[in-house]
Ligand binder design. Structure first.
Ligand SMILES: NC(=O)NCCC[C@H](N)C(=O)O
Length: 287
């Protein structure tokens, strides 16, 4: 078998003050700050839209917004690793959906959206090149990374339009032996679980109530006033990368002592994307 080609690494620049690897005494692994990203296809507008009306997308603006998103990651100490562009995969920029990374294990997804399955090939090559152990969701299972919310060792997985029971079973089989508690929750009102909820650094689950099937499924739930306010990427140090379209939620988070870092991702929101789905963060690589 041909050796996978090395992923393209964007060298940390002056905006990246932190080193990307520190030893973790608890696991023997390495605490890393690497983020996988993939630039948007010029055909982004041809991507899938399921729960919202299709509206015109400006591909050039999307590329500029993506570049700002990447700069924001790097400015907060994340080394970005750019996966090969997939111009013929309109949804390829939503790289989160192609895998689930837990500790140093990457579970390669099997997207419920058949047109998106080709995207997993290059993500698998990339995580292999980075030294992750591999597992995968197998047919007839389907699972997309957007349906998986990790809070410590609890892994919530949404049973919805893109992830089925066999996919959840496969994830449980892959992550259970590593110490994860995989908890299935219903998702019927939005595309993915993480379209409805994500979590603050203290583990509080946040969501816009009209779109959350069962807030009681989570230990602690905090309602937010805007749909896109439900999506945060934890940058570290209490900083929350979030969509500029949720200013009232950002104010509430600031009032709780966090520091919102807003980015305009309007063109991705039109394609049912959010801040979480534009990257996969690798926090614990070994060796
Ligand atoms: N994790 C995510 O929220 N992914 C967004 C995927 C949007 C894409 N248009 C899709 O329908 O698959």
């Amino acid at each position: 078998m041909a050796r996978p080609s090395a992923p393209r690494v964007t060298p940390p620049d002056m905006l990246s003050p932190m080193t990307s690897a520190m030893p973790n005494p608890l696991t023997g692994g390495t605490t890393s700050r690497k983020a996988l990203v993939r630039r948007p296809s010029p055909r982004l507008a041809d991507g899938l839209v399921t729960h919202i009306d299709r509206t015109p997308v400006d591909a050039a603006l999307a590329l500029r917004q993506w570049e700002v998103y990447v700069v924001a990651l790097r400015a907060h100490g994340w080394e970005t690793i750019e996966l090969p562009p997939l111009d013929d995969c309109p949804d390829g920029v939503f790289v989160e959906d192609t895998m689930v990374v837990y500790k140093n294990v990457a579970v390669i997804a099997r997207p419920g959206a058949e047109p998106r399955r080709a995207e997993t090939v290059t993500t698998e090559e990339a995580v292999t090149g980075l030294g992750c152990s591999l597992n995968r969701i197998r047919e007839p299972g389907t699972l997309e990374g957007g349906d998986v919310l990790k809070i410590g060792d609890t892994v919530y997985v949404g049973r919805g339009g893109r992830t089925n029971g066999d996919g959840i079973r496969g994830l449980r089989a892959a992550l259970g032996p590593l110490g994860a508690r995989v908890v299935a929750v219903p998702v019927s009102k939005v595309l993915h679980l993480k379209s409805a909820v994500t979590a603050l650094p203290d583990g509080t689950v946040i969501g816009y109530p009209p779109l959350v099937d069962d807030p009681g499924a989570f230990d602690r739930f905090l309602p937010v006033p805007e749909e896109s306010g439900a999506h945060v990427v934890l940058l570290g140090g209490g900083k929350l990368l979030m969509a500029a379209s949720a200013p009232r939620t950002a104010e509430r988070f600031a009032d709780l002592g966090y520091e919102p870092v807003p980015v305009d991702i309007s063109e991705f929101e039109k394609m049912e994307g959010c801040v979480t789905c534009l990257s996969v963060r690798l926090r614990e690589l070994y060796g």
